[in-house]
Design a protein around this ligand. Structure first.
Ligand code: NAD
Length: 283
């Protein structure tokens, strides 16, 4: 059996069609401001994708670049002035931030209503309480991909590899809210040598580690849904965290890398901006 590919682009296109119509019906265009501190080739790629997606949908996108040596206080002041600006619907701070700037303090300075990436503690709290408002984009993207398979969530066995604040942890809560039995693995699971044991049980497997093909094809449960969040450079191509060629012979559904989670993550960002706009203009 060869798995069905979960093409993020196709699912993203449908969601974007709906978003575009929704934006056209708004009295005012939503605006997303992106803050970058210094130059960083990794974030350049994301900024380009964000700008293109925003503009195609009718969202105004503005990039504000601060010089590398900027102090945390100045960055926070900048965020606070954007919080006060009624013309701005969403704020995103590009990571990584330079040494000496605490990203947690910075993310917490963004108004929860303008938190386009869904990383403010208040928004993470809503995810925990089972009432997500602006949820972390990559975790939401993984959920959209799983939902697109039409699977029944209730009582399923899911394994997430990776426990970051933007993917693994919030995704575990989104799955728990749907009564999925959820195991979260991380570095200590790997070091203990028990990753295969956990993964072999997974009817839904999500891997977000950032190590090329760390999950072997032979560990995949027959008929599993496999969401590969990882993006790793291998020579001149990109590969995921899952050994794709072997895994696709066992899985029922699998995301390609690139073209799986990535296109949906940026779409979820756009959806958050539209939802943020609507929350701010509720009356
Ligand atoms: P992170 O570095 O914050 O976390 C990595 C996680 O992997 C941690 O939980 C760590 O404990 C775990 N880990 C490390 N080594 C392990 C091992 N040997 N066995 C088991 N677990 C191990 O990562 P992140 O920010 O969540 O990103 C993970 C990957 O996802 C990266 O490749 C990143 O580029 C990618 N990513 C993709 C998107 C997208 O839209 N496609 C978005 C965000 C992140």
């Amino acid at each position: 059996m060869s798995a069905q590919l979960l093409e993020g682009k196709a699912i993203a296109a449908k969601i974007k069609e709906g978003l575009k119509k929704e934006i056209e019906s708004l009295k005012q265009k939503p605006k997303l401001v992106s803050i970058q501190v210094g130059e960083n080739s990794a974030s350049e790629v994301y900024i380009k994708a964000q700008k293109k997606n925003a503009e195609n949908l009718g969202i105004i996108y503005e990039l504000k670049t601060l010089e590398l040596g900027v102090m945390q206080d100045i960055l926070i002041e900048k965020i606070k002035s954007l919080n006060r600006d009624k013309g701005i619907s969403g704020i995103i701070v590009q990571l990584p931030l330079p040494k000496g700037i605490d990203h947690r303090v910075v993310m917490s300075a963004i108004s929860p209503e303008k938190d386009a990436e869904g990383v403010h503690p208040e928004n993470l709290g809503h995810v925990l309480l089972g009432d997500p408002k602006l949820a972390p984009c990559t975790a939401r993207a993984a959920m959209e991909l799983i939902e697109s398979t039409g699977t029944e969530f209730y009582g399923k066995e899911a394994v997430i590899v990776g426990h970051s604040e933007i993917v693994g942890k919030p995704l575990s809560l989104l799955l728990l809210n749907k009564f999925v039995t959820t195991t979260v693995c991380h570095i200590a699971t790997g070091e203990r040598g028990v990753l295969p044991e956990h993964i072999k049980r997974a009817e839904i497997l999500v891997v977000a580690v950032g190590k090329a093909e760390i999950v072997k094809g032979e560990w995949i449960k027959e008929g599993a849904i496999v969401i590969d969040v990882g993006i790793n450079r291998a020579g001149d191509k990109l590969v995921g965290d899952v050994e794709f060629e072997k895994a696709k012979e066992r899985a029922a559904f699998i995301t390609p890398v690139p073209g799986g989670v990535g296109p949906l993550t940026v779409t979820m960002l756009m959806r958050n901006v539209v939802n943020a706009f609507k929350m701010q203009h509720r009356s």
